[in-house]
Design a binder for this molecule. Structure first.
Ligand SMILES: Cc1cc2nc3c(=O)[nH]c(=O)nc-3n(C[C@H](O)[C@H](O)[C@H](O)COP(=O)(O)OP(=O)(O)OC[C@H]3O[C@@H](n4cnc5c(N)ncnc54)[C@H](O)[C@@H]3O)c2cc1C
Length: 392
């Protein structure tokens, strides 16, 4: 199957690529290309650049600062950004709570949060998972007890990414324990500076602070900070991603990683290293999988743009896209080989053993293991497909 971009789509692609060439700082792109961390300050600056152009929130309605692009245009934009090694904006604000505030928020909540999210002046994190509630999220136990025009919140969240940088957290809390689990949950927006909120780091085995635990001890949250109706937070949580659920294939990111794989193969060969045979063929096989994923993704996006119903497609795209990133990571790890070893600076004047892209390959490989867990594990996606497609 061939998916050919129309002339109009190609012109749009060109416009995006020109903008990136002109405005994306080279040092920032270099960091992203290597897989190095990007600071909050750098991400804020890039978000502001996109916001000034009107491109920070392509998925939001135009009246709230969106671009009015359809899904295929958003896909093209995404791919162009990743190909240029632009950093990804905060998904918590732009893809999760922003659209939820637009759909369920009051006018006051729109005014309070949306412009600040768009300009990276306010950062959110996501408080869903708890020690005893992950895949089975509806069993969450953080309690919010109504006291006049406030809730008093007690409980604990875990695996909260970027809580250390967040100004606010959107949290699912139990407001009614006497009904079916899903019917007693509310969706609260909580200021992280509220008395009684504490954040403790959780480190991944690559040494990075990937997550946090967030504790709530008698935290008083105004009722006006609830999104949607009381006990109807599950509906808000379910609709959180809307059409966004279809943009989970990681095609753009996979293309970026493939570029690094190709670069690594070429530069290892050029340096005279004897690479194990068959690595190039493995890269070709991954590229074929990526092309199939992109075709499928574009076909589904085109159908959705034309008004088709969305079923289990997001699960399928998430499954295939996240597994592909991990398989590319594995190949990259094998190509780069010993160059991923940390440099013993005591015995060398050089700052690193190999080329810059090699430095973060190992930590990237471990970091991306989380792709098949976060946002619904692969097993859970298989269950959804089995139920919705196979009728099991
Ligand atoms: C990188 C990363 C970032 C994250 N960031 C956040 C965040 O910012 N905020 C947040 O709230 N959470 C976050 N999470 C948590 C994430 O949402 C949970 O890890 C995920 O929902 C799985 O829950 P769990 O870890 O409790 O595992 P469990 O639900 O206990 O699952 C354990 C294992 O059992 C399998 N399993 C569970 N149920 C079934 C079933 N019905 N059928 C078959 N197999 C099943 C799972 O697939 C998994 O392999 C993050 C996770 C990762 C990895």
């Amino acid at each position: 199957m061939q998916y050919q971009l129309s002339e109009e789509q190609q012109a749009f692609q060109q416009e995006v690529e020109s903008f990136l060439a002109e405005h994306l700082p080279q040092d920032l792109a270099d960091k992203v290309r290597c897989g190095a961390g990007v600071s909050k300050q750098e991400l804020s600056a890039w978000t502001k650049t996109l916001n000034a152009k009107g491109w920070a929130a392509p998925n939001w309605p135009q009246e709230h600062g969106g671009t009015g692009w359809n899904l295929v245009q958003r896909h093209i934009f995404d791919v162009a950004c990743r190909q240029a090694h632009a950093p990804q904006l905060s998904g918590f604000g732009f893809n999760m709570v922003g659209p939820a505030i637009i759909k369920y928020g009051t006018v006051a909540q729109h005014d309070q949060f949306l412009p600040k999210i768009r300009n990276a002046d306010l950062w959110f994190c996501q408080g869903y998972s708890e020690p005893q509630a992950g895949s089975d999220l509806a069993s969450l136990g953080t309690r919010a007890v109504r006291n006049g025009d406030e809730y008093v919140v007690n409980g604990q969240k875990i695996w909260t990414s970027a809580a250390e940088d967040a100004d606010w957290i959107f949290a699912l809390v139990r407001t009614n324990a006497d009904v079916q689990q899903q019917k007693g949950i509310s969706f609260l927006l909580i200021d992280m500076a509220s008395p009684g909120v504490t954040v403790e780091p959780l480190y991944a085995f690559n040494g990075k602070r990937l997550w946090n635990q967030v504790f709530f001890e008698d935290v008083r949250v105004p009722v006006s900070q609830r999104l949607g109706e009381e006990d109807r937070g599950w509906t808000v949580a379910k609709s959180l991603l809307g059409d966004e659920r279809l943009l989970v294939s990681r095609v753009a990111e996979n293309k970026r990683v493939l570029k690094v794989v190709r670069q690594a193969l070429a530069s290892q060969a050029a340096s005279g290293l004897q690479l194990p045979s068959g690595l190039a063929a493995e890269a070709d096989a991954l590229e074929i999988r990526l092309q199939a994923l992109e075709m499928t993704s574009l076909r589904i996006l085109t159908e959705a743009d034309a008004g088709a119903q969305i079923g289990a497609e997001p699960s399928m795209l998430k499954l295939k896209g996240s597994e592909l990133v991990q398989d590319q990571d594995e190949l990259l790890f094998r190509i780069v080989d010993y160059l991923v070893l940390p440099q013993d600076t005591k015995h060398s004047e050089r700052s690193r053993v190999g080329p810059d892209y090699a430095e973060y390959v190992a930590s990237g490989r471990y970091h991306h293991r989380g792709y098949t867990i976060a946002g619904g594990s692969s097993e859970v996606q298989h269950n959804i497909i089995a139920k919705q497609v196979l009728g099991l």
